[in-house]
Design a protein around this ligand. Structure first.
Ligand SMILES: *Cc1c(COP(=O)(O)O)cnc(C)c1O
Length: 408
């Protein structure tokens, strides 16, 4: 037995978040080690009962009354305020609804309009060239619609291309493929120094690490709730608009839900004040209230504690991989420096698709990203150190097996 097994036991024994695991449902046919919470967070145990109540009582019995008496109408802002402290935002700046893709559109076009209202000559949108594809597609369309030129550049080159013509910059906080954490404070400051507006995509950082939106003066941000926030498949995303920008935020999707007087049914549009201005149409109540129940697992948990454990988990995984996997068999794409690492580890290996398939068959669930990346997401609320040790050990077994078969 390797000394890593007792080490895992010791780390689990000292883990202040260990009890949180019991608040999740982690059984099922391949319940063993779930390292895909960066794609779909596990089910919080409180969710099924809440959904049952929402469907049977709130919808089935109270029906239309639930919009007012049951708090359905105000759910997007209420749940936004529950997410706000997790991303370092004071109340009144986050609203929940629509998909991340739709919110990227609202935020980016809104950012261009903010820039243009002060300086009509700004006609470039800078986008992270390594971004999750949807962000790039939406940025391309936003650029065409607003008459801007799109400049896709790697995040490290962003400061060098900013200037008088930059209107808005769309960046990812953590790279979905490599797990690299980008420097939000310094990139935000660089965008502001150029007189432009920044939109941060927090899909892989919300619920995984401190973001500090208010502290760093971020303009707009969007994020996913079905990854580290465990809101469930297709759970609605969130949109942050900084308080002092809200009066000037001109949404490209001004639906009746963002109207100052939605039930006035007036032909002319007058935007509501506050975060509500980011809403569009009728909220998807079933998903939204599942998310609200899921967020209860954050009661009594600080993002700092989650971050400490996340770094300890990824450090330990790298240590175990180094110990168990023969040198040169995999290459780590995730930075070693804590300040540059999100909550996942990405390993490159030639037959990654086949390797991940075999890992999943043996109860270690991560995912494969084209063309050659194994992704392992570490969700501190329900992943422990023994899970990590086992994942690395099974990975080494699978890699040895694949190699032996190739040599046959
Ligand atoms: C997961 C993810 C999305 C998902 O967008 P949807 O509209 O929710 O499908 C968008 N951007 C990034 C960076 C992501 O990681």
């Amino acid at each position: 037995m390797s000394e890593l097994t007792p080490k895992a036991e010791k780390l689990d024994g000292a883990d202040e978040l260990a009890a949180k695991r019991a608040e999740f449902v982690l059984d099922g046919p391949d319940g063993a080690v779930y390292l895909d919470g960066n794609s779909l967070g596990a089910l919080p145990a409180a969710v099924p009962g809440r959904i049952e109540d929402v469907v049977r009582r709130q919808w089935g019995e109270l029906r239309i009354r639930s919009w007012t008496e049951g708090g359905w109408w105000t759910a997007p802002e209420r749940i936004g305020d529950r997410i706000a402290p997790l991303v370092g935002a004071a109340p009144g700046q986050v609203v929940v609804g629509d998909s991340t893709s739709v919110n990227v559109f609202k935020a980016l076009v809104g950012a261009v309009r903010l820039a243009r209202s002060a300086d009509a000559g700004r006609d470039e949108i800078v986008v992270d060239a390594t971004t999750f594809p949807t962000d790039g597609y939406i940025a391309g369309s936003a650029a065409r619609m607003t008459g801007c030129t799109l400049r896709p550049v790697p995040p490290s080159e962003v400061p060098g291309v900013l200037g008088d013509r930059t209107a808005a910059v769309l960046l990812n906080h953590v790279d979905y493929r490599t797990g690299r954490l980008h420097d939000l404070p310094s990139l935000t400051a660089a965008v502001h120094a150029a007189g432009a507006y920044v939109v941060w995509d927090l899909c892989h950082s919300a619920g995984a690490l401190p973001v500090g939106l208010d502290e760093h003066g971020v303009d707009l941000a969007v994020g996913c709730t079905y990854k580290y926030l465990n809101g469930g498949p297709g759970a609605p995303a969130f949109l942050y608009v900084r308080a002092d920008l809200q009066d000037r935020f001109d949404s490209p999707l001004p639906g009746w839900n963002s109207h100052a007087e939605p039930f006035g049914m007036r032909p002319d549009y007058e935007p509501a004040a506050g975060a509500v201005r980011g809403r569009v149409g009728t909220p998807d109540i079933l998903s939204m209230l599942a998310l609200e129940a899921a967020l209860e697992v954050w009661d009594g948990v600080t993002v700092d504690a989650v971050r400490s454990k996340s770094l300890a988990l990824t450090d330990f995984f790298l240590e175990c991989v180094e110990e168990y996997v023969p040198k040169g068999r995999v290459a780590c794409l995730t930075p070693r420096a804590h300040g540059e690492r999100g909550s996942q580890v990405a390993l490159r290996c030639p037959d990654a698709g086949d390797v991940m398939k075999r890992l999943i068959e043996r109860g270690v669930v991560g995912d494969f990203r084209h063309p050659d990346v194994l992704r392992f997401g570490f969700t501190p609320l329900y992943v422990g150190f023994a899970d990590v040790e086992r994942a690395a050990r099974v990975l080494a077994e699978v890699l040895a097996e694949v190699l032996a078969e190739a040599g046959d």
